[in-house]
Design a protein around this ligand. Structure first.
Ligand code: GAP
Length: 604
């Protein structure tokens, strides 16, 4: 394999994506639009395969998960309840010189000599209506004192932008600065103070653009699941533990979209909300709560599992999913968020990271990885919020709990009820309910637990389709050597997609396009396979070139119809074709009648 520098590698991947129609800029003929991407023919197939496989393993192959397809625009109260309206914000800073905007938490700390100016006065005769001076302070960071002219030039530009024609700088002084995030790493200019910027896109519902008609494009698909929780549970006749999953578009007005599609403003999510019993209910029913004793997959779900077992189960299920579509375990990182990194409602979050070529490196120089998915244990926060904001009960009735509770001794009843009470009270107080009202309501909820009523807790595996598609592309990209038409070795770009998610599964080639018998047979094979998988028919150019084009598209199998297929070498090889493997480039002779079963086995 030819080694590439990471930046260079990413450039090649981006260029291949464009060349082969995987991904390109949205609205390209108008110069593109930052943070928005289109998927071409191959990219659309790749994305569809990823989503179909996720949907299959999450819903169709399980009894305990139901699907949902909710709207993008929902009642604005949903975003008040979820906290997005008030807290879904990133701190941003602007460069005082270029006006470029950055995320404050992504500014790399800078050290050097800062030149501070208290203001500037007009050095020329001021034109009518123009200011004579500007008292706004400005600073500029240079690596050392020798670069003083850079600082003065930047300061003059700054004051010119404020209306002075020939600024004379005032109050110049210097300061040694160490590890400061107040200066733009791209040019040294002072940045504005950080301000919070809400990432939700706003729009208006109906013809009047008023505050009452304002709505948001959803920043995540999850909230629709919580809002529809009761309805789906009822119509799907599901009992806790069970899940609801959804795939769909999400929108975030990211301050700094970057790394190709990794951080986009429009993207797709695949989210599961898996509802479980609170641990107190599990203990009442089973007499114990099972907790993880060792790392790894804990096996099939059991009734005595508490939230930690469920959380571990979903982390492992999700890791297995990624391995099943071709991301090797070594390319993934299981990152347990530290307590100080957790969202206020989360009990535990594991981020599943993929080692993208643009990932940061750790102390040992290894790629640290970037988030593909978060698997979060969110307690009963979300359903509690929607219950409070909508005033509709989100509780479920658990027959088994009611029956088990009746059989508990008094000490156990008190201990479990007290624990449940404490949890509910703490949540209500955190949500600013007055202490007395919170205690009263929590007491009622603890009493309801004894009658089999509770708010389910949730484990949320939340993945991004676009990030996964990008990870699959980066992982598949490979450069090796293959013989050209004359047997001379040349560089080959090959996308080693897992056959399960490869955009095209098989390419069919007649050896020569000017031989009607070969063409007719090849078309017959294309039509035989087409109802079962994506097939690409190609009769243009030399066969080696055609193989190379499919290698770049990542097509795992190639079928060539030659004169042997027509029986010209005798009956033995009649109705057989060569089947070429993309990765090994090995060819085998296969009966046409056996092709469908053989290929299906390898791609499913
Ligand atoms: N409901 C939880 C939630 O939305 P998140 O970590 O904000 O959690 C989940 O998003 C996943 O969505 C991420 O792991 C990532 O794969 C994807 N995602 C989030 N923001 C994205 C963006 N700006 N561009 C592309 N994918 C994004």
């Amino acid at each position: 394999m030819v080694e590439s520098k990471p930046d260079d590698l990413m450039e090649r991947i981006v260029s291949l994506c464009k060349r082969r129609g995987l991904i390109f800029q949205s609205s390209e003929i108008y110069g593109g639009i930052n943070g928005f991407w289109d998927y071409g023919p191959l990219g659309a197939e790749l994305k569809r395969n990823v989503k179909d496989y996720w949907w299959r393993v999450m819903t169709r192959l399980r009894d305990d998960i139901a699907g949902l397809d909710a709207t993008i625009i929902m009642h604005p109260k949903i975003w008040e309840a979820s906290g997005h309206a008030s807290t879904f914000a990133d701190p941003m800073v602007d460069c005082l010189l270029t006006k470029k905007r950055y995320r404050a938490d992504q500014i790399v700390p800078q050290s050097g000599l800062a030149y501070h100016f208290s203001g500037a006065e007009e050095g020329a005769t001021p034109a009518a209506g123009k200011p004579k001076m500007c008292a706004e302070p400005y600073s500029y960071l240079v690596p050392d004192a020798k670069k003083i002219e850079l600082a003065r030039q930047a300061a003059r530009t700054f004051y010119r932008q404020r209306g002075l024609a020939e600024p004379r700088l005032l109050g110049e002084r210097t300061e040694t600065v160490v590890n400061s995030t107040r200066y733009n790493p791209e040019n040294g200019s002072l940045l504005t103070e950080p301000r919070l910027f809400n990432l939700m896109f706003k729009t208006y519902v109906g013809p009047v653009e008023s505050t009452e008609n304002m709505a948001y494009l959803r920043p995540e698909t999850a909230q629709a699941i919580f809002a529809q929780f009761k309805t789906v549970a009822e119509v799907a006749r599901q009992k806790v533990p069970f899940g609801i999953c959804q795939i769909g578009k999400a929108f975030r007005n990211e301050i700094n979209p970057r790394n190709f599609t990794f951080r986009s403003r429009e993207f797709e999510q695949m989210e599961l909300e898996f509802f479980i019993r609170p641990d107190e209910a599990v203990e009442a029913i089973c007499g114990r709560v099972a907790r993880p004793e060792k790392p790894g997959h804990p096996g099939s779900p059991q009734p005595d599992w508490g939230w930690q077992m469920w959380h571990q189960y979903w982390v492992e299920e999700r890791l297995a999913f990624y391995e099943n579509i071709g991301l090797p375990r070594a390319s993934l990182v299981e990152y347990w968020q530290k307590p100080e990194e957790l969202a206020h409602y989360a009990r535990a979050t594991v981020d599943i990271l993929y080692k993208f070529p643009f990932s940061k490196r750790d102390d040992k120089g290894e790629l640290a990885g970037e988030e593909l998915e978060g698997v979060s244990a969110r307690g009963d926060f979300d359903l509690s919020q929607h219950q409070r904001f909508s005033a509709k009960a989100m509780t479920v009735f658990d027959e088994e709990l009611k029956a088990a509770w009746a059989g508990l001794d008094e000490a156990k009843k008190t201990a479990l009820a007290e624990r449940y009470f404490e949890g509910r009270r703490a949540y209500l107080v955190k949500m600013n309910e007055p202490a007395e009202a919170a205690a009263r309501q929590a007491r009622q909820e603890a009493a309801a637990l004894a009658h089999g009523l509770y708010l389910p807790h949730v484990i949320e595996p939340s993945a991004g389709v676009d990030r996964l598609a990008l990870a699959l592309i980066c992982n598949a990209y490979c450069e090796d050597q293959a013989p050209d038409e004359k047997g001379k070795m040349e560089k080959r770009v090959v996308m080693r997609f897992s056959p399960r998610i490869a955009p095209l599964k098989v390419a069919v080639f007649p050896l020569l396009k000017n031989r009607p018998e070969l063409v007719a047979k090849a078309r017959q094979i294309r039509d035989l396979l087409r109802p079962l998988m994506t097939v690409f028919y190609d009769d243009a150019g030399a066969i080696g070139r055609r193989y190379r084009r499919q290698d770049e598209a990542g097509t795992p199998f190639g079928v060539t119809v030659d004169f042997d297929t027509l029986g010209e070498q005798g009956e033995g090889l009649k109705e057989t074709v060569t089947l070429r493997d993309r990765d090994t480039m090995k060819q085998q002779r296969v009966k046409i009648s056996e092709l469908p079963a053989l290929l299906l086995e390898r791609i499913q």
